[in-house]
Design a protein around this ligand. Structure first.
Ligand SMILES: [Fe+2]
Ligand SMILES: [Fe+2]
Length: 292
C-alpha cells in the first residue's frame, strides 16, 4: 500500500461549522472536537516518524514514509482552516489547539521510542475511527457535503497509510518483550488520555455553543452515536482495539483496503463541486481569513 499525497480543498460553508452533521449540533461538536486534535497531533506524528528517518533503508518503506508525511501535512493544513471556521463561529478553537500543542511538546522530551509508540497507538485510533466512518453510512451520511467529503477524504487516507508508522516501529525498535510492553502499555495510557481530551474538548465546545439549545435531545443523540449497541463508536471499535494487544498484531490484519477504491470517485466529486461552485470554496476561505 503506497500512500499518495492529494492536495484537495473543500468548500466548508462557514455558517454550518456548528451544525453540519445530519444528526445535529451536538454530534457535530464531537467531530469538531476531533478536528481540534489534528493540527498539533499530526505534527507530532510526522516528527516522531521523522526522528527515525535515517534508520530506514528499505526503499519501499522510505517512499511510504514520504507519502505518510505528505498526507498528514495536507490533513494538518485543511484542519487548521476548518478549526479557523470554528474560531470564527465563536468557539475557543485556537485556545484548545494551543493547549494540546503544549501538552504534546512536553511529550517531545520523552524518549523517541515512546514518542513513536504514541504515534503507533494514535494511528491505530485514527484507523479504527476511519474504518468505522467508511463502513457505516450513518457516520457522516446525509451531512453538509463539504464537511462530509473532508471527513471521508481524511478517513480514506488514514486507512491508506495506517501501517506506515507501525512498519517503521517494527524496523527501528529491537524486537522482544520490551517492544511489546512499550507498544501495549503506551496504548493503555493513550486510550485514557485521548478520550479524556476528546470528552473535555467536546464539552467545552457544547458549552461555548450552548445558546443553540435542544440539549436534551442533542445529548441523547450523542449518547446513541457513541454508545448505541448497533452503530455506536465504542462498540464499533472494541474488537479492533483489543486486536492491538495480540503480539503478532499488524494494522492490515483488518483488511479493509476495498474501501480505498472510493478515493478516485471522491477526488473527482470534490474537483467537480469546486469547479461548479467556486464561490462556495471562496466563502469557506473568506471565513478563514476573517480569523487570520
Ligand atoms: Fe491524518
Ligand atoms: Fe495518520
Amino acid at each position: 500500500m503506497m500512500p499518495v499525497r492529494r492536495d484537495l480543498r473543500f468548500a466548508l460553508p462557514p455558517e454550518r461549522a456548528c451544525d453540519w452533521h445530519q444528526q445535529g449540533s451536538h454530534v457535530t461538536h464531537f467531530f469538531n472536537a476531533l478536528s481540534l486534535l489534528f493540527p498539533a497531533g499530526e505534527r507530532f506524528f510526522m516528527d516522531s516518524v521523522r526522528n527515525y528517518r535515517d534508520r530506514i533503508h528499505d526503499p519501499v518503506l522510505k517512499k511510504q514514509v514520504l507519502g505518510f508525511i505528505g498526507q498528514e501535512a495536507m490533513h494538518t493544513r485543511e484542519h487548521i482552516e476548518y478549526n479557523d471556521l470554528l474560531q470564527n463561529a465563536g468557539l475557543p478553537a485556537h485556545k484548545l489547539d494551543r493547549r494540546l500543542a503544549m501538552f504534546l511538546n512536553l511529550n517531545r522530551k520523552m524518549p523517541k521510542s515512546f514518542q513513536l509508540a504514541m504515534t503507533v497507538a494514535l494511528e491505530h485510533y485514527t484507523a479504527m475511527l476511519a474504518g468505522l466512518l467508511l463502513e457505516d453510512d450513518t457516520r457522516v451520511g446525509g451531512s453538509v457535503e463539504g464537511y462530509a467529503q473532508m471527513w471521508t477524504w481524511h478517513a480514506l487516507e488514514e486507512t491508506e497509510h495506517k501501517a506506515v508508522s507501525f512498519d517503521v516501529w517494527n524496523t527501528v525498535v529491537k524486537p522482544g518483550l520490551g517492544r511489546y510492553l512499550l507498544r501495549t502499555g503506551t496504548m493503555l495510557t493513550v486510550t485514557l488520555v485521548f478520550w479524556l481530551i476528546v470528552f473535555d474538548y467536546h464539552v467545552r465546545l457544547l458549552i461555548a455553543d450552548r445558546k443553540r439549545g435542544g440539549h436534551l435531545r442533542g445529548m441523547g443523540r450523542v449518547v446513541k452515536f457513541l454508545y448505541g449497541p448497533r452503530h455506536g463508536v465504542f462498540p464499533g471499535i472494541a474488537m479492533e482495539w483489543l486486536r492491538f494487544f495480540k503480539p503478532s498484531y499488524h494494522p492490515w490484519d483488518h483488511d479493509n483496503r476495498a474501501q480505498l477504491t472510493r478515493i478516485d470517485g471522491l477526488v473527482a466529486a470534490v474537483d467537480s463541486a469546486n469547479a461548479a461552485n467556486p464561490a462556495a470554496l471562496k466563502a469557506s476561505r473568506r471565513g478563514v481569513r476573517a480569523v487570520a
